[in-house]
Write a protein that binds this ligand. Structure first.
Ligand code: AMP
Length: 289
């Protein structure tokens, strides 16, 4: 595995497989890798693609007072894991290359960024869309992999790529969960033992909503009945919890019948940690709890 920091060196390395007609696959991450990230890398490797993974903790997607400074990092461990999986290039862009002095161009995806996480993290998706478009322009992959764990992010990236006519396929991959059903996340590192037990309410809630949906329930309020209170009791604060149209991310009201394969999504705070999770009913495997 080559570890590359300079953009011209990256371009040189990617030109060879491209020239030979080999697929180039890309997995962007913020590092502190876990099995969720590695599942994306394995998907790329299974294609037999020339595989590039980036690690970049993107400052522009963190709002003031969020956890940019304390975001966990362990480059040596990450590098060993990626090398073991047969990754071709680990790309570690420098902040000044991603955001040159005077940089004043942003990618703003309207509409679907306004609800869910966008309602409380106002600059977040502008930062995400901008950095993903920049990284895609740097790596120029044929295909890029993203986790469904960050469902709204996946939609934002799909929309940016479509709207900007970018020649890359975006693939969403299933959420990888721990044995207790909690979705793997670099931020789980911050949870104390007690907080982690409280977080189990998240997969339990998603699994119960899935059971009701699979059992034939279609009234939104009934699918979620009692579950908001369960989450409220486990969390210190709930940013949002509800049913959403999986295409537009528009909220579905309690008295409505759900659209086909709707999304149950939530964000909440336990202690100092903000956790998000979701399940697309009738599509995603429910958490095994
Ligand atoms: P991050 O390092 O948090 O920016 O995540 C990098 C990529 O890994 C994103 O596409 C995430 O959606 C994906 N990802 C993070 N956690 C998981 C998980 N538990 N299962 C599947 N994909 C994940």
């Amino acid at each position: 595995m080559l570890t590359i920091r300079a953009l011209d060196e990256l371009r040189k390395q990617v030109a060879t497989p491209h020239g030979a007609g080999r697929t180039v696959a890309f997995v962007p991450t913020m590092g502190f890798l876990h099995e969720g990230h590695l599942a994306l890398v394995r998907r790329a490797r299974r294609l037999g693609a020339f595989t590039v993974v980036s690690i970049f903790v993107n400052p522009s997607q963190f709002g003031p007072g969020e956890d940019l400074e304390r975001y966990p990092r362990d480059l040596d461990r990450d590098s060993a894991l990626l090398s073991e999986l047969g990754v071709d290039v680990l790309f570690l862009p420098a902040t000044q290359d991603v955001y040159p002095v005077g940089c004043s161009t942003w990618v703003v995806v309207e509409g679907i960024t306004e609800g869910l996480c966008g309602a409380t993290r106002s600059v977040h998706f502008r930062g995400v869309a901008t950095v993903v478009v920049k990284l895609l322009n740097m790596v120029q992959p044929d295909v890029a992999y993203f986790g469904r764990k960050d469902f709204q992010q996946l939609r934002v990236v799909e929309m940016a790529v479509r709207d900007l006519n970018m020649p890359v396929k975006i693939r969403g991959c299933a959420t990888v969960r721990d044995t207790d059903g909690i979705a793997l996340s670099s931020r789980n590192e911050f949870l104390s033992g007690k907080e982690r037990s409280r977080a189990r309410a998240i997969p339990e809630t998603l699994a119960e909503a899935a059971r009701r949906y699979v059992g034939g329930e279609r009234r939104a309020g009934t699918i979620l009945e009692g579950l908001g209170a369960k989450l409220g009791a486990a969390a210190d604060a709930v940013d949002y919890f509800g049913l959403f149209d999986a295409g537009t991310l528009a909220p579905i009201e309690d008295e409505e019948q759900v659209s086909d394969e709707p999304l149950v999504a939530l964000a909440l705070h336990i202690g100092r940690t903000r956790l998000i999770d979701n399940i697309q009913l009738g599509v995603d495997e429910p958490p095994d709890v």
